[in-house]
Ligand binder design. Structure first.
Ligand SMILES: [Zn+2]
Length: 135
């Protein structure tokens, strides 16, 4: 989304200049506008609460994720019919790689893989292969 779409979800928004807004922070009980929102030239949205809320808490209280603070990417990939952008794919690979690491740890510690763990491991390897093939 862009900066305007983002601030449309906030309260007490004031435009402070091109790509700059202040508003009430949705992550704490805000009486004065503590939140500063900036849209950078590359389309990224920067948020800062001067009362000290974490950016994570702010996006979550709006029901958003950090990927919503990035401009919609023209480059996208299709994995199993689902459209993913590059960031989603990195997250997916990281998560699936963790499944492989955990399985390796179990085996190293002499713990046999259960049937469920084994199929989860195969699924993880399959998903990583799909991402690599389609990237
Ligand atoms: Zn705040």
């Amino acid at each position: 989304m862009n900066g305007e779409e983002f601030v449309s979800q906030l309260e007490g928004v004031r435009l402070r200049g091109r790509g700059r807004w202040t508003s009430k922070c949705p992550a704490h009980d805000d009486r004065s506008p503590s939140l500063s929102v900036r849209e950078k030239d590359d389309g990224r949205i920067l948020i800062k609460c001067f009362a000290g809320c974490e950016a994570q808490a702010i996006v979550e209280s709006l029901g958003l994720t950090f990927s919503d603070l990035y401009p919609d990417k023209p480059i996208s990939h299709h994995v199993r019919g689902v459209r993913h952008n590059s960031r989603d794919l990195l997250h997916l690979v990281r998560r699936e790689a963790m499944v492989v690491v955990l399985a390796a740890e179990d085996l190293k510690n002499g713990k046999p893989l259960s049937e469920g763990d084994h199929s989860r491991l195969l699924a993880a390897v399959g998903r990583i292969a799909v991402v690599v093939n389609e990237s």
